[in-house]
Write a protein that binds this ligand. Structure first.
Ligand SMILES: Nc1nc2c(ncn2[C@@H]2O[C@H](COP(=O)(O)OP(=O)(O)O)[C@@H](O)[C@H]2O)c(=O)[nH]1
Ligand SMILES: [Mg+2]
Length: 244
């Protein structure tokens, strides 16, 4: 198997068919939809798309507590198990342009983690309400200030991971689930010494469906950078065998 694009979904029935169709234009790419029992029937739609895809579209149905980060991790694990050379992650709502996957994959030749970035020269935000722009800019400043991570768009959910890097990451240690999940993954990649490259992307606000952003997700993002810092301090203080 070549690259697998993991697409987490919760109530994306209106967006999914067009997204999958666009991804099918990229040679060799497989798609893994990870659906969290969406009440709007996204999972059923995903199964239909899979049955018509000749094996290029796969679906994972999650049950129990829903969560974006957990869904992506489960999707990444399944993609690695099925032999993926790269695992890409992207939103289902067309905020990320499916055609950009080809650019991310090409850039992964030189870096095991490629982040689609709104905040490097050439990157752009379109139609995002001012409060989301402010929140996103603040989140990145906050993460940079506390953790020292130098990636400009730490919360981006548009990424391409090379297999060799993902295999080294300690998935079991991941504690966060929302935007903080993207930050935590970036942190782990950096801690493993991986080169991280940012490619400019244009992020466009969704036209169909609704955002699942919540106060819980924001609260988690406020706490995570401090948890990461604490983890680093502990790893200096504790002998290696006692490390969490
Ligand atoms: N599986 C799964 N996907 C989710 C969950 N929450 C959000 N998503 C998906 O994650 C992507 C980004 O979510 P979205 O609500 O658009 O976030 P926003 O762009 O920051 O407003 C979309 O594809 C959503 O369907 C969840 O709890 N489980
Ligand atoms: Mg969105």
């Amino acid at each position: 198997m070549g690259p697998v694009v993991v697409v987490p979904t919760y109530n994306e029935r209106e967006n999914l068919p067009a997204l999958v169709a666009a991804l099918m234009h990229i040679p060799d790419v497989h798609v893994l939809v990870v659906d969290d029992a969406s009440p709007d029937g996204t999972g059923v739609e995903a199964d239909r798309l899979a049955s018509e895809s000749g094996g290029r579209v796969m679906v994972m149905h999650r049950h129990g507590a829903r969560g974006l980060g957990r869904s992506i991790i489960d999707g990444m694990r399944a993609a690695l198990d099925s032999g993926a050379t790269h695992v890409c992650q992207m939103d289902a709502d067309f905020s990320h342009d499916p055609a950009d996957i080809a650019r991310l994959l090409a850039a992964a030749d030189d870096a095991p983690l490629v982040v689609g970035s709104r905040y490097v020269p050439g990157g752009e935000l379109r139609n995002w309400p001012w409060h989301r722009q402010w929140l996103s800019a603040f989140a990145n400043l906050y993460v940079h200030a506390i953790t020292g991570i130098r990636v400009r768009d730490c919360t981006s959910g548009f990424r391409c991971w090379r297999r060799d890097l993902l295999e080294r990451l300690p998935f079991d240690r991941i504690v966060s689930d929302g935007y903080a999940f993207q930050v935590e993954m970036t942190w782990l990649a950096r801690a493993s010494g991986a080169t991280i490259v940012e490619l400019p992307i244009t992020f466009v606000e969704r036209r169909l469906g609704a955002s699942k952003m919540s106060m819980r997700v924001i609260a988690e993002s406020i706490v995570l950078p401090w948890r990461l810092l604490l983890r680093r301090v502990k790893s200096y203080v504790l002998p290696p065998t006692n490390r969490p």
